[in-house]
Design a protein around this ligand. Structure first.
Ligand code: SF4
Ligand code: SF4
Length: 285
């Protein structure tokens, strides 16, 4: 079983469109969406949720007013000013350090696990799909990404799948590191702009740091041929395999609006090149 993650230094480069296309083209695969802060792969895969689980992460102090003696020691101890003068904990300010529960002489403070989101195992017409939703303003998306990756891998092993295809988290922080760990190949998608190259370079640096082999695709390359040539030179100079260039194609947006993957969209002019990219990726990952 091999794992491929599709990433980009920032959102909006076509990463999810490519992931969904690979999901449609691959055989015997599990699909995972690690973009848990702004998941949108489900819009193209139309999952039917089969299993739903809570994701708990971090703790918040809770004061039992029946036990509280109103001594105020917890208010003094809290460095985050999370406890009000009427002995109520503000869950947004509470950092879960548990100091208040240690200083409380009445044993009135409990540390409760936060319900931070949900994760799911779903059926799609392309195969099983592991995905998640992080609660609004919740942190720890890296932990949720690791969980999605782990469950997708377990499912692939159980079902004897050939591929785990992962829509990676955007950016270069903890969630993208969690998306990358242990994969056979990271496909970086960029657009032909200076900021696109800069973002791709940063995420390639992260992947290489974790010794993950990297390949690159330029999306909408014909919108700026000069910049595409600069990206080609960057790939040569840095020994990165550029495995495809995709033209701008209006039908990509039309396919998205209709909730279809672009490789299944009859009018698409880019489905052939995306199929070729998938074939190259299969051979080299
Ligand atoms: S757990 Fe820490 S941050 Fe939260 S209320 Fe108690 S002392 Fe403050
Ligand atoms: S330290 Fe305990 S008893 Fe004192 S005010 Fe806080 S919760 Fe109440």
């Amino acid at each position: 079983m091999r794992q491929i993650v599709v990433i980009s230094g920032k959102g909006g480069t076509g990463k999810t469109i490519l992931t969904a296309s690979f999901a449609a083209l691959a055989k015997n695969r599990i699909i995972a969406d690690c973009d848990v802060d702004a998941a949108d792969l489900h819009l193209l895969l139309h999952p039917v949720i089969k299993e739903r689980y809570e994701f708990r992460s971090g703790k918040t102090a809770k004061i039992d007013r029946k036990l509280c003696k109103e001594c105020g020691k917890c208010i003094v101890a809290c460095r985050f000013d999370a406890i009000s003068d009427n002995f109520v904990v503000d869950p947004v300010s509470c950092e879960g350090c548990a100091l208040c529960s240690h200083v409380c002489p009445a044993n009135a403070i409990r540390m409760e696990e936060n319900l931070s989101g949900e994760w799911y195992i779903s059926d799609t017409k392309y195969g099983p799909f592991v995905h998640a939703k992080l609660g609004i303003a919740e942190e720890n998306s890296g932990k949720l990404v690791s969980l999605v990756r782990q469950k997708a891998k377990e499912l692939a092993e159980k079902q004897n799948c050939d591929w785990v295809i992962v829509d990676g988290a955007p950016g270069i922080g903890c969630p993208v590191i969690a998306s990358l760990s242990g994969v056979n190949c990271a496909l970086v998608v960029t657009e032909p702009t200076l900021s696109g190259l800069h973002d791709a370079d940063r995420v390639i640096g992260v992947a290489r740091h974790f010794k993950v082999p990297v390949k690159l695709v330029v999306n909408k390359y014909d919108l700026n041929i000069d910049m595409t040539e600069k990206i080609e030179k960057y790939c040569r100079d840095n020994n990165i395999s550029l495995i495809g260039k995709i033209k701008f194609d209006k039908s990509v947006v039309k396919a998205m609006v209709e909730g279809k993957t672009v490789v299944e969209y009859p009018e698409s002019k880019v489905k052939k090149v995306i199929s070729e990219i998938w074939n190259r990726l299969q051979k080299s990952a």
